[in-house]
Design a protein around this ligand. Structure first.
Ligand code: COA
Ligand code: MG
Length: 297
């Protein structure tokens, strides 16, 4: 079985489903995905209104798209009575995926899968097309992360929700140092399952100090993550740059590939390049850099 082609999700921009002004220009902000939110940015008193506004919100974002970009996902609520109604509203033409909060078991995803598949059939939508962006935001979710990442072929990305996890763990705040081991669990779970590890060690709410946000995103990339979510358009270019290979990195990868191919032609598996030894794992990393940069260009 060939590994599934994962989407490019460097930057996923949350927009509350009721924020008409934000929705109008959301598609033009350069994000790889727009996450239309029915969950935490919508107060309980407005859940019904937000759900009723969803189809129009999707159409608004879709109208502003350039080709397939950005992907349009809907974040539903976790409690089942809300979740079912949210799914009924979200599994519609024009929606590319679902963002699923507070997922804490593979069984939870299996139940969502069943509802989504029913709706796809009933509505004549292409079966299995909707992808999932999974949020792990509880102690139980972290403990189950590996099973969750593998639970459904629809899962494309998984991330830690730092604010909610901090609350569940009884932390005074989502200190990135304290959350680091749980983020590492997400990275392992995602890589083992062949889905996108998403995240960075910093606050999603940081939209004023963009230097601090950039440092967090770049650290996320160094830790192996492929993208992250954000809440303000100013954060989008920062994520896009941090989670794409830079010019120097691309030039280095090209040099590594050229040196390695020359060494193979001579029948050697290891060779020196710029004073360092290169062999297969280094070449594999260089190949990944070039593949990603090709997909982005
Ligand atoms: N999506 C799309 N556009 C957004 C946006 C978003 N999330 N947040 C702000 N904008 C737009 C504004 O419409 C404005 O556009 P304009 O200059 O073209 O008119 C521009 O970005 C600047 O907005 P600004 O005045 O700096 O933001 P604000 O003070 O009005 O709002 C927040 C700040 C944090 C309240 C707002 O960004 C927000 O609600 N974000 C989403 C929150 C969310 O979804 N949370 C749940 C997920 S954790
Ligand atoms: Mg939350």
């Amino acid at each position: 079985m060939s590994p599934k082609q994962l989407p490019l999700w460097r930057s996923m921009l949350y927009v509350p489903a009721t924020a008409e002004k934000f929705l109008a220009k959301a598609a033009g902000r350069g994000a790889d995905g727009v996450l239309i939110d029915l969950e935490d940015s919508i107060p309980p008193s407005r859940k019904t209104e937000a759900r009723a506004a969803l189809a129009a919100a999707v159409a608004t974002v879709r109208a502003g798209r350039d080709g397939e970009k950005p992907a349009i996902l809907v974040r539903i609520n976790r409690p089942w009575r809300l979740a079912i109604r949210d799914l009924e509203a979200s599994v519609i033409d024009g929606v590319d995926g679902l963002c699923l909060p507070k997922v804490d078991s593979a069984d939870h995803l299996a139940a969502i899968d069943e509802v989504v598949a029913d709706l796809e059939t009933e509505r004549d939508l292409p079966p299995g097309r909707l992808s999932y962006f999974v949020l792990v935001e509880t102690a139980k979710g972290v403990a189950e992360a590996r099973a969750i990442a593998k639970a459904s072929p629809r899962v494309c990305g998984i991330t830690l929700g730092g604010e909610d996890l901090a609350a569940d763990l009884g932390l005074p705040e989502p200190d990135p140092m304290v959350l680091a081991p749980y983020n590492a669990e997400i990275l392992l779970a995602a890589r083992e399952a062949g889905v996108l590890p998403m995240g960075y060690p910093g606050s999603i709410a940081e939209f004023s100090d963009l230097e601090a946000f950039r440092a967090a995103a770049e650290q996320g990339r160094r830790e192996g993550f492929e993208g992250g979510a954000c809440i303000h358009p100013a954060q989008v270019p920062v994520l896009n740059a941090a989670f794409a290979p830079g010019a120097e990195e691309i030039a280095h990868a090209e040099g590594v590939m050229a040196a390695f191919e020359a060494s193979l032609a001579k029948g050697e598996g290891a060779v020196a390049y710029q004073g360092k030894m290169i062999d297969k794992p280094i070449v594999d990393r260089a190949r990944r850099v070039l593949e990603k940069s090709n997909r982005l260009s």
